[in-house]
Design a protein around this ligand. Structure first.
Ligand code: 0X9
Ligand code: ZN
Length: 305
């Protein structure tokens, strides 16, 4: 129905993922992995096929940056698609039969809430600290990956403030704790952002190439070609540092250095016409093309593993 072609408040998102997990108890599990600075819960939805345990998993987070509303909308879209099309669509069926999929729909609930109530263009979380009246840390600069070097700021008033130390933020702590505990099973990492239509992979903290650069390059290239064919939209692709900019302390680079060798950041629609204010009527195309990219990359990686 129309539910997923709208943006949802934080409360609505909690309600929707809870409802989906109750409607599909055989395929889902709701896991509380921690809480935000303001004590909003960080709920992870675990999706699995109707089968026995498996040793592989995929992770996807949405809403690291508060104003990027299409990102949480995509996580909800993906969840809905998975529960509806399991045993209908061959790709999602294979994915769920071969691996568990962990989805964090809103990694930055405090910031997301703030964009609904007070400032639509807020990016960071909402942590406060002594010595400054400026609020918030950029969660995608707070991971322990060449932390706070060029491309991040140590100024608490900056939109790319890296925080007081690596993993200073409870939202980042919750995610790194879970990923560390599951790093043997998690083979694929996706972080969803907007905007600019890019399919990125490590590194962003250095211009150096990762050992499997050409492998990941071929994967994102195939995904971009598919989006272009089916949706007529252009996505740029490549390593973060070369394709967008140098930016240390990011989740994708950290996950990669933990040994998750298939690690991606997607920048969803659009390319700047509406920017973060992507109208609701564009949600379905934005999500369907990103879904196509997630599916093709996941299917290729599963063939390799
Ligand atoms: O700067 C970012 O964090 C991301 N772009 S955004 O416009 N959504 O803020 C890009 C992240 C790429 N990956 C890393 N920097 N690690
Ligand atoms: Zn972002």
């Amino acid at each position: 129905g129309m539910t997923y072609e709208r943006y949802h408040s934080l409360e609505d998102i909690y309600y929707l993922i809870n409802k989906t997990s109750q409607e599909h108890p055989d395929m889902t599990k709701l896991i509380l992995i921690g809480s935000s600075f303001e004590k909003n819960p960080l709920y992870l939805l675990k999706l699995s096929g109707r089968r026995g345990p498996v040793d592989k998993a995929m992770w996807m987070d949405c809403g690291i940056h508060a104003r990027e509303w299409i990102s949480p909308a995509f996580c909800l879209w993906f969840i809905k698609y998975a529960v509806i099309f399991y045993k209908e669509n061959p790709d999602i069926t294979a994915m769920l039969d071969k691996m568990d999929i962990y989805i964090l729909p809103v990694m930055n609930p405090d910031g997301y809430k703030y964009t609904w109530t007070t400032n639509r263009m807020w990016r960071k979380n909402r942590s406060v600290r002594e010595g400054t009246s400026c609020v918030g840390v950029d969660l995608n600069r707070n991971f322990d990956a060449n932390w706070c070097t060029a491309g991040a700021s140590s100024n608490p008033c900056s939109d790319i403030y890296c925080g007081q130390y690596p993993e200073s933020e409870p939202e980042v702590q919750a995610v790194t704790k879970f990923l560390r505990a599951h790093k043997d099973s998690i083979k694929l990492y996706f972080s969803m952002h907007s905007y600019s239509q890019m399919l990125l992979f490590p590194y962003s903290y250095t211009h150096d190439q990762i050992p499997n650069h050409s492998e990941l390059f071929d994967l994102v290239k195939e995904a971009a070609v598919k989006i272009r064919r089916h949706y007529k939209n252009v996505y740029h692709f490549g390593s973060g540092a070369k394709t967008i900019y140098l930016a240390p302390g990011g989740s994708d680079d950290w996950a990669y250095d933990q040994g998750i060798l298939y690690s991606f950041t997607f920048e969803l629609q659009d390319r700047g016409r509406y920017g973060f204010l992507l109208p609701p009527n564009l949600i379905s195309v934005a999500c369907n093309e990103a879904l196509a990219a997630v599916k093709i990359i996941s299917m290729r990686v599963l063939e390799k593993l």
